[in-house]
Write a protein that binds this ligand. Sequence first.
Ligand SMILES: O=C1O[C@H](COP(=O)(O)O)[C@@H](O)[C@H](O)[C@H]1O
Length: 242
Amino acid sequence: MTTGATTVVHESQDELAARTAARLAAALAEAQAARGTASVVLTGGRTGGAVLAALRDAATMSKLDWSTIDIYWGDERFLPRGDPERNETLARRELLDHVPVSPHRVHPMAPSDGEFGDDPDAAAEAYAVLLRDVPSFDVCLLGVGEEGHTASIFPHSPAVAETARAVVAVRDCPKPPPTRVSLTLPTIRNAERVWLMTAGAGKAEAVAAALAGAEEADLPAAGARGRQETLWLIDKAAAGEY
Ligand SMILES: O=C1O[C@H](COP(=O)(O)O)[C@@H](O)[C@H](O)[C@H]1O
C-alpha cells in the first residue's frame, strides 16, 4: 500500500522529464557533497528514457561529478548485449554515452549472451551478490505500466510475492519481452528515495489506484516506497486531469 507518498503533477511529459532531471541532479549532488559518492537506479520505458535525455541537458548537470556516481538498474529485459530493447542500451544511448561516468561504476544486469548464458536465474543471483555491498541507493527511479507493474514486477506474479531474494528472474511477462531480471520490492524499499515517474492518460487508472491504497499484489507500483521519500512524478494526463 502507498503511504506517505507525495505526488507532483507536471503540465506535460516534457516538463515532467525536465523537472525530474533537475531534481535528480540536485539529489545526486547533495549525496556527493555529503559522502563524496552517489548512487542511482535507472529504469527503462518512455518516461525513464525522457528523463535520462533531459538529464544530459539539465543546467544542474555541471554540478555533478559523474566519475563518482554508481549506476544500477531496477530491471532489465533479458536479451543480448546491445539489443535496442534492453534498458541498458536505452540508458547508454540517452545519457551514459554522453557523460564522463567511470565504467567500473556502471553496473548493468547481465545480457542473455553474457557470462551466465541464457540463464536469467544466474544473472539475477549475480546481481544480488553485487548488491550485497550496497547499503542503500540514494535514488531509485521507477516507471509504472498501465496495469501497475514497476521495474519488472507484474501483478500477481511470483516476483511481487518475493520477500527473501534481492533480485529475481521474471518469466512469462505479460509485456514483451517475456524474460527479464528485476529488483524485488524489499530491495526497492531499501532505497533512500523512490521516484515513480509516469505520463499519459493510459496510466491514470493505475496511478489513481496506487494512490488510493491498492494492494501491491494487484498493483506492484503501490508497494514501491523509499526510506526517506516516495514521490509520484506524473503529468496532468496521468493525474486524470484532461
Ligand atoms: O517494461 C518496462 O516498462 C516500464 C514502464 O515503461 P513505460 O514505457 O510505460 O514508461 C519500465 O519502467 C520498465 O523499466 C521497463 O522494463
